[in-house]
Design a protein around this ligand. Sequence first.
Ligand SMILES: Nc1ncnc2c1ncn2[C@@H]1O[C@H](COP(=O)(O)OP(=O)(O)OP(=O)(O)O)[C@@H](O)[C@H]1O
Length: 762
Amino acid sequence: MKDNIKAQEQRHLDLVLQKLDERISETQGRIDRANDNLKEAEKGWRDIRVKFSDFNAVVETGASVHAQQQVLAQKERDMSQAEVQFETLQKLRGRPYFARIDFTDISNQSNQTETIYIGLASFSDNDGHFYVYDWRAPISSIYYDGGLGKIDYQTPVGKQTADVKLKRQFEIADGIILTVFDTEEAVGDKLLLNALSSDSSTKMKSIVTTIQHEQNRIIRDTDSDLLFVQGAAGSGKTAAVLQRVAYLLYRYRGKITSGQVVLFSPNQVFNDYVNEVLPDLGENNMIQMTFYQYANYRLPKIQVQTLAERFESENDPESVKMTNLKGSLAFFKAVGRYSQKISRSGMSFRSLAFRGEPFFKSEDIEKIYYSFNDNYSLNQRLEATKQALLRKVFGRISSEMKKDWVDIAIQNLQADELESMLGDPDKRQYESEKKERNELARIIVRNALKPIIRRIRHGIFMNPNKLFLGFLKSLPQLINLADFDISDQEWQSAFEGSKSDLSTQKLNLNDTAIYLYLFDLVNGHHGDRTIRFLFVDEVQDYTAFQLAFLKFSFPKAKFTLLGDLNQAIFTRTNAGTLQSAMYELFDPKKSKTIKLTKTYRSTEQITNFTSALLKDSETIEAFAREGEKPLFRSGDSLKNLADSLSRNLKADLTTAIITKTAAQAKNVYEELQKKNYQATLITLENQRLVPGTIIIPGYLAKGLEFDAVILWQADNRNYGSEDDRELLYTIASRAMHRLTVLADDSFSSLFDQIDQQLYENI
Ligand SMILES: Nc1ncnc2c1ncn2[C@@H]1O[C@H](COP(=O)(O)OP(=O)(O)OP(=O)(O)O)[C@@H](O)[C@H]1O
């Protein structure tokens, strides 16, 4: 019976492949024709006569150039459409579909059973018969959402119901059906187990064939302005979010592009790790950056604290208490209040000099700034000040022209300078020498004034550093510090820290967000309104302030925040606080939280162990995939490391040795080199993952996964305080198949709470 089904399905597959082949050769023909057309069109340039003899000739030339450009653009569009289609067809050729569903559409009240096949993209013939449905099509949702029987699915015109009679899954390779199985579940565990048992790779893979019901809710959500996803390590948050981007680009095709979607990721190594998923799904990558990159791009002249500095600096200027304050929504609001105060007084200015002399003193600019109507917004005030200053600058031109420095400048002019100012000497016609001198003087003065004009136009007469420090200084009047358990003295010393940082053009990450927000408010910036969807991965490492600032900076974007509150290695954010802060910023009616409790990355043994490491953790359910218990090995770490590495090598696993700091990683690397052991050291964000053994500090391993993880020197020296628990959990949960914990002597007491049955001590 089963063979019979397989044979029938193979016949159907052969038919689809034949249709695909036909379409591929048709498309190849279109590409060839489009190519010929393009070449032909390019020849059109030769027919354009460039004429500048009179005005009409110039207009005529311009019109022909424009027409030629239009023709070329159209041909290029034809060409690239054909190429995109060709690529999609080629992808389908390898594996046209992965599932089949038979159902009756209850909403239609028709009793006819329909059969659809689901794959990476839609494929239909010219009569509109669909051989394959895109996994993102509304109807495809029923594949992910349930077993057999009645299932609702959302379409752009509302909810529909289908009665599912058959769900069939396929494994296909090179045009041959390897396995067929019918299932009554949403996505059969067998298929999922196959997907999860495979080896890790340096690039994340797509999960379209095995998306789980809860993940599908995340992927297809279009109602929420704020979608908050809380999920344990390895529960597929990142995977879901990447499929979500692909889904949104499909759902809003023609309305949004990948350039209107931004993903804030934990570090650049991670950016590199995930950057093939969307192209594999036939979509372009969204914009991806870290918060540090964004801040750095906004403040090119200031050295923003890097990830390594933030994690490794021994004398971290910001205590947890201070981060709680500076990262709070209350602080964010205080910046807003301060900026309103600024419309009455307190703005800081810098003098503008001209030829070494003050042109505008800061007090003069201040007087102008506050001379306008009280109800001017900060933006209007700034614009009005710019206009007033520019008027004064232009008003100075004629008096400046009479000055001696101008005469000297004229006398020193070289012939070529003179020519570039006044044009060809043979064609110059001035009534008098005086007129010629005046013309030269005007040009010289205008040129000399250019820098000051530019500074005025760019608002460089404001002093953002002073403004920022002024704000910090007056904070005790804006916020009750005691609510954050901070004394005036502690605040004063934090203020001194920020002041001294700024004197060397540096800012820590808390201060950066504050500085930028205040700067944007006083400059009347309203953020980037083109971005429609914004994702923040590892949101637990952000403060409420940073998130509120992102909302301010991308006011038209719908937010999807993904986090695991058990992995808060930077902020030690309290779960509830971050979530409730976000609910305060968005309309609660348009906000949703989805929890993912099942984890997929690690074997059941590893997940049980890592969950036991947590205190008051959210529910974590392991996916049933068998493996070894984690191994604890104490004694000579280097010897144990070599043993563990060779064991993993025998099992064909790639291994990450994860240390606490970059310095330790470097040390391990040097030791391995002495033993001629091949490994790659990753200590900088801009490095890429490579196959084989890697050595990496924990904070750069965020969001990544490896076949095997060796946790380096997991003793009390490295992980001695409660604050290290999240980091330890984050590192251990990177392991897919095997976890080894090493310590020279005794293990960190953070492991004490774990039932000894859950690991093996050797
Ligand atoms: N539905 C699924 N089908 C197949 N594989 C899945 C599925 N969901 C998740 N995975 C796999 O599980 C692993 C972990 O997923 P992912 O990295 O998205 O988790 P995460 O929640 O972002 O984890 P972390 O918070 O630890 O970074 C990945 O290898 C991913 O491909």
